[in-house]
Design a protein around this ligand. Sequence first.
Ligand code: ADP
Ligand code: MG
Length: 329
Amino acid sequence: MSCPGIVHCGAGYVSLTWKRSKFSVSEDGSINVKGAYFDTINTIRAWCSTSTLDEALAECQKYSELLSKTVPGSDVWRVNHARGETVTVNEKTMAILRLAQEVSEASGGAFNIAVGPAVELWHFTDGMAVLPDAKALADAVARADFTKIRLEENAIRVPPETLIDLGGIAKGYIADRIADFLRERGVKSAMLNFGGNVVTVGNKPDGSSWKVGLQNPLGRRGEDFWAFVESRDSTVVTSGIYERGFELNGQWYHHILDPRTGWPVQNNLLAVTACAKSSMLADALTTAMFVLGPAEGSQLAEKFDVDVVFLEKNNRVTYTEGLNITFVG
Ligand code: ADP
Ligand code: MG
C-alpha cells in the first residue's frame, strides 16, 4: 500500500547511474521529481512550477560540486588533498564545519568528521563488501582526531594524515538550503527527502501538518512504517543501520562507525530519528546519537533542544516528551 501525503524517512542509498527523473504529477496536484546527488536519491514534492524544481535541482548539483569528497576541486576534495596546508573554503562549507566541530565536542567525539580514513577502508559506496584489515583500521582510527582540525574565519587546516568526511551532516545542510530556496521562490507547500533527511515547507495545501512515516527497518521501503511524526516547516531526520551497508558471512556491516574503533557501531539500535528546525543539526545529532545509544543520546538531544526517538532491535522505543509521534499497530 502506498501512502499519499506521507513521506518515507529511511536512511537511503542506491548505486546511481542516472542524474534525475522526469517530473510526475500526483492526484493532489503536487509535482514530484527525483535527483541522484550526494550518493543517494533525493526526492522533492512541491506545489510549484516545474521550472522552479529545475532550478532547485541545479542548486543540488552546485552543492554536490562544493561538498562531495569524490568530485575533484570540491571544497572537501581540496581539504583532503592539501597535505596539512590551510585551505580557504566557501562560507557554506564553513557553516557545516563549524557545526560539525560543535557536535563533535558536545558528543565527546561520537560524531567525528575525521573518521574519513576509516570510512574509506569500508568501501560502503562501491559495493566491494570486504572487511578492512584490522591493523589498517586501527591506524585509521588513530588518525581520526577531530580536535586537531583547525578552523579559521574562512579556512580549515587538517593534519596531513587525516581526511574529513561530511557524509553524516552535509545532506542535512543541503536539504535546509533547498527548502529555503523553494520558500524564497514563494513555494508554500513542499516536502523534501534527501536520503533520510526530510524537510517540510509549510503545511500540506489543505492546511494540515505533514505526517512523516518512519520506515519499519524490516518492512518494504516506503510502504511499511512503524510510526508517524508530524512536521510543519521543520525536519525529520533518521540514521539507521538498515539502508547502507553489506552482508558478509551472515553478518550485516552498516555505515555508522564508532570513531573509537572504526567498526560499525554495535549496539541494540536499529534507528534514531530527530525532529528539529535545522536538518543539518538533526543530521549530525542522529549520527552522534546512534553511536551514543538512547541514554546518552537523549541527553545530547536535550542539550540542543531537539526531539528524538530511538528504535531498538527488541522493539523497545525511547522518545522525548515533546515529540508528536503516533505509533502504528
Ligand atoms: P546517512 O548518510 O545514511 O543519512 P548518517 O547521517 O548517519 O547516515 O551518516 C553516515 C555517514 O557519515 C557515513 O556514511 C560516513 O560517511 C559518515 N560517518 C560514519 N560514522 C560517523 C561518525 N561517527 N561521525 C561522523 N560521521 C560519520
Ligand atoms: Mg547524520
